[in-house]
Design a protein around this ligand. Structure first.
Ligand SMILES: [Fe+2]
Ligand SMILES: [Fe+2]
Length: 357
């Protein structure tokens, strides 16, 4: 990406953002200097549309999604398409999925969908699939191979045998701390499909994978976790440039494992706190290279912003505009081999994390 282009891009997007902090991300795929193949796509996630009764829905969550749709339609440069990262619904109800999709139908661009656990565990994704089609698929766009996975499956016994109703099953998975829950996974069938799908892709093709849960193990207690993450990572290892984008965690996370860059999307509904601020359960690998620095994770519009990613070189520059918090840039450091937080990397510059529960 030429410097001037990037500056213009930031300026343009920043102008839109100055008026309102966006709960969405704009991702730019850049192939290098003067390459006409450069393109952008937008990324909206985790709206958690919540049905009350009749035609009443929780207003805050409606507003977050309505705003994201409106702002996406105003974006400059125009995104080629939009990804929706999962959790349209809060409890998987038809009313919630319908209402969410009605709001999302306002998008001017083609939209691709990822399955979230809140969309899935009431009826095991039946209504979602009826409305939106398969929950895993791939396509090519301007030289990039995109793969969408349903990463929120779990063991058959848990799904089919343990609960007296879908509602009860959904209720267990809908919690942040879900002691009766079960770890998410991509599962054997999709891993076989993925192996076949990637077999047709040359190793120098940039690969972008979208999942709902992180395809890395962060914190099992909250299911910031995919049980077969290592097996999926192993399939992605032979490729030169891989980027994994995910939702679910409702917070900024950036990480690098070997050739794979990981970036979480922010939610339109609410931010979650960081697992590191809680101590009931051991936190697992990987240690995040960058996590957001904030004292109050329950500030309503915290953890919202946008990001710019240059995938051509493997370099990643993510620009976050954070209301009532200092803007930050997370950029790839080629000497260290992973992204670093340019403003806050030094431990003594960090705001102490919230420490309660
Ligand atoms: Fe979510
Ligand atoms: Fe989720």
């Amino acid at each position: 990406m030429r410097k001037i282009d990037r500056r213009n891009f930031i300026k343009k997007s920043g102008a839109v953002l100055a008026a309102s902090a966006l709960p969405l991300s704009l991702v730019e795929v850049a192939f290098g200097k003067d390459n006409p193949q450069n393109f952008t796509f937008a990324y909206i996630s985790d709206s958690h549309i919540t049905h009350i009764k009749g035609n009443e829905f929780v207003r805050n969550w409606d507003r977050g999604l309505i705003r994201a749709v409106a702002e996406t339609n105003l974006m400059d440069p125009r995104p080629d398409f939009v990804f929706y990262g999962g959790d349209i619904a809060q409890l998987g109800k038809k009313e919630e999925i319908d209402h969410g999709l009605e709001i999302l139908s306002g998008l001017r661009d083609k939209t691709y969908y990822v399955m979230g656990e809140h969309d899935y565990y009431l009826d095991l994704g039946e209504y979602w699939r009826k409305q939106l089609g398969p929950d895993h698929y791939s396509f090519d766009h301007k030289g990039v191979h995109f793969v969408v996975l349903n990463s929120i499956l779990t063991f058959d016994e848990w799904m089919y045998d343990k609960w007296s109703s879908g509602k009860e099953r959904m209720g267990q998975m809908a919690r942040l701390d879900n002691p009766q829950g079960s770890p998410f996974m991509v599962g054997q069938a999709q891993r076989d499909w993925l192996q076949k799908d990637l077999g047709k892709v040359s190793k120098d093709t940039p690969v972008v994978v979208l999942s709902h849960s992180p395809l890395q193990k962060i914190y099992k207690g909250w299911n910031f976790w995919t049980d077969d993450a290592e097996q999926v990572q192993a399939m992605l290892k032979p490729f030169d440039k891989v980027t994994v984008l995910y939702g679910h965690v409702h917070q900024i996370q950036t990480n690098q494992i070997g050739n794979i860059s990981f970036h979480a999307a922010m939610a339109t509904a609410w931010p979650w706190p960081y697992p590191s601020t809680f101590s009931q359960q051991e936190s697992f690998l990987p240690k995040l290279t960058v996590e957001m620095n904030r004292a109050d994770p329950f500030f309503e519009r915290d953890a919202t912003g946008w990001q710019f990613i240059n995938m051509a070189t493997g370099d990643v520059a993510v620009n976050y505009q954070l209301p009532d918090n200092q803007n930050r840039t997370v950029a790839y450091d080629s000497k260290l081999g992973h992204p670093v937080d340019k403003q806050f990397q030094a431990a003594d510059k960090r705001i102490p994390p919230q420490n309660n529960y």
